[in-house]
Design a protein around this ligand. Structure first.
Ligand code: HEM
Length: 220
């Protein structure tokens, strides 16, 4: 791949932020499933012992929530639904066969749905997790509230786990997507095919920058 054919999609700080959230998610999903179902209890060993898992799970949950909070504000402006998203959703059958539909910006309608699913489940997990956190907060709530919180916590965790399985599958399925979050770049070909409006915006920015540089150099 030659350098001029690449476009930057994520900065280093964004990638670091993403992988911290992803790492926390894996630890939380594994230990959480260990608490949820007796046959999965052995999974609590992910932290060395079930006791440690019980202590660390909520703290890692807070780190994941804070990490996602930053991601939310980074990406929310690209995740509002637009007219072309309806076209994309109605053409999902063709999209699954590899055809692209609509003038997609930085994210397609599927990614936008996933973003909002992540946002809702993260908010529910955080609020219900705090209420159920025996060491600090659950003493302030009546038992029925704690029970409802635990139900909401389990349901939203399952929702997020299913969502992340789809998120990872989609990232692996669309060739050229993983380097976006690992190296920070995608090929121009990838951008033009999957996110044509974003591609045009990036190329216009690049052209404006190049023009500005040449104007500055010629005036010196
Ligand atoms: C565990 C394995 C994961 C892998 C392999 C993965 C992979 C990726 C890739 C390749 C992208 C770039 C997609 C693009 O730019 O088109 C991305 C974006 C993103 N990922 Fe992940 N991810 C993982 C876990 C997570 C988790 C646990 C979360 C949060 C709950 C998350 C949240 C996001 C967000 C918010 C974006 C920005 C795109 C958007 O707004 O839709 N990811 N991920």
């Amino acid at each position: 791949m030659t350098k001029k054919l690449l476009i930057q999609r994520y900065k280093k700080s964004e990638r670091f932020n993403h992988w911290v959230v992803a790492g926390c998610f894996v630890l939380l999903a594994v230990s959480g499933l260990g608490f949820f179902y007796p046959s999965f209890f052995w999974l609590t060993e992910v932290f060395g012992s079930p006791q440690l898992a019980r202590i660390l799970h909520p703290f890692i949950g807070v780190i994941m929530f804070l990490g996602f909070f930053i991601q939310f504000f980074r990406y929310v402006k690209h995740n509002f639904f637009e007219r072309d998203d309806i076209k994309w959703m109605l053409g999902i059958k063709h999209i699954l066969l590899g055809k692209e539909i609509g003038d997609t910006g930085k994210y397609n309608a599927g990614q936008k749905c996933m973003f909002w699913l992540m946002t809702i489940s993260m908010a529910l997990l955080f609020i219900s997790g705090l209420i159920a956190w025996r060491q600090f907060f659950s003493g302030y709530f009546p038992i029925w509230v704690v029970r409802i919180a635990l139900l909401v916590h389990s349901a939203s965790a399952i929702l997020l786990i299913v969502g992340i399985i789809i998120h990872v599958y989609a990232a692996l399925w669309i060739k050229g997507t993983i380097p976006a979050m690992v190296e920070g770049v995608v090929t121009q070909e990838w951008a033009k095919k999957h996110h044509p409006r974003w591609y045009r915006e990036m190329m216009a920015k690049k052209a404006a920058k190049a023009q500005q540089t040449s104007t500055t150099q010629s005036s010196e």
